[in-house]
Design a protein around this ligand. Structure first.
Ligand SMILES: [Zn+2]
Length: 355
């Protein structure tokens, strides 16, 4: 099985998802905020011969356009378009397959996703593929029927462009860019676990419309917190697959499952989740820290260059050290190292379909 390097959409995307599930590995979905992080993801993917998912939260796309842009909504839309164009241009030259995706969108952000689909419609007319491979709608706070009906409406638009939709059932704890839920100490945590019956309901409604994936909650939490508060229960994923498979006599692992809040998770729980059909694991917190850590070490080593252009005591010029390429590169390299580890954990290293 071989795919053309570059952004994968439509049938190629489906092929990639199926290759992951059949091959027992998953793709890292890495949140990016600018060309430094996007390029680091492509560099890491090429270095590890791994395919990868480049994703943006609404805040990430706003930052991509520029935090100083006055109209914040416009920035979120245009930043997403700009970021996608950057990846469409460069991914094929890195020689890997890249999936382009947007992260959590709650009810307030539905207009953002609709605007991005408008842009994909235009792009599709010119290039025969959408700007994004997939988008996510996260209406998990709402009643299950309201959640699924809105997802069905969006997927109807997207399926015409061969795009895929990620939905959320149950609630991922913690917060991602203002979308999310606080975990209360000692509170009833049953809402953190997806009910397999809800997954079956989604399968029944969405399968006739188009390709979709499910972020199911099995105790996963955004961010890295002290352990012990929430128990990861990946068998919920297994039970959801089994219910759909039995009800509809499908092949093995009919659902495409997504693991949110992968940062800081125990390695054996990651492996179990993948064995139950998880093809995508989101990573943000750990790569954010890696970038900051790389820059921080550099600043510590060359602290004078961040205060003086010329050393006040001996007159040494510091231009070579405060050049942003020097310290931003240290952030990128550290980001790449963290992804080396992620690709290893997820089993995607050495398995790119790009030829
Ligand atoms: Zn998430």
């Amino acid at each position: 099985m071989a795919l053309k390097p570059g952004v994968v959409c439509g049938e190629d995307y489906v092929e990639l998802v199926n290759a992951c599930k059949d091959g027992g590995y998953a793709l890292a979905a890495v949140n990016c905020v600018g060309t430094n992080s996007v390029n680091a993801v492509m560099e890491a993917a090429a270095k590890n011969n791994s395919d990868v998912i480049i994703q943006f939260s609404n805040g990430g796309t706003q930052f991509f356009a520029g935090q100083g842009m006055e109209d914040g909504f416009q920035a979120k839309v245009l930043g997403a378009v700009s970021a996608a164009q950057h990846v469409h241009l460069l991914a094929e030259h890195y020689g890997i397959c890249a999936v382009l995706h947007t992260d959590h969108a709650n009810r307030k952000l539905v207009p953002w996703v609709d605007a991005l689909v408008d842009h994909s419609e235009e792009y599709f007319k010119k290039h025969g593929k959408a700007l994004y491979s997939s988008h996510m709608l996260d209406l998990s706070e709402e009643d299950i029927d309201d959640n699924l009906n809105e997802c069905a409406r969006m997927l109807e638009r997207m399926a015409k462009l061969d795009m895929s939709l990620e939905i959320e059932l149950g609630i991922t704890g913690g917060e991602e860019d203002g979308v999310g839920h606080d975990i209360e100490e000692g509170a009833d945590s049953s809402h953190l676990y997806t009910q397999p019956e809800d997954v079956l309901k989604a399968y029944d409604l969405l399968t006739p419309i188009g390709h979709f994936s499910v972020a199911a909650s099995f105790g996963n939490v955004h961010g890295v917190y002290k352990p012990g508060n929430v128990q990861l229960r990946p068998e919920i994923l297994k039970n959801s697959q089994a219910l759909v498979q039995e009800t509809h006599s499908t092949a093995d692992k009919p659902l495409n499952l997504v693991f949110h809040g992968g940062s800081g998770s125990e390695k054996d729980k990651i492996a179990a989740a993948i064995s139950y059909g998880v093809f995508k694991m989101n990573i943000d917190t750990d790569t954010q820290f890696a970038f900051a850590n790389g820059v921080g070490k550099y600043v510590d080593e060359h602290h004078k260059a961040f205060k003086y252009q010329i050393d006040p005591d001996d007159g040494t010029p510091y231009k070579k050290f405060y050049d942003p390429r020097k310290w931003l590169r240290q952030g990128e390299l550290s980001f790449v190292s963290r992804l080396d580890e992620a690709f290893e954990d997820l089993g995607s290293a050495g398995r790119s379909l790009a030829k």
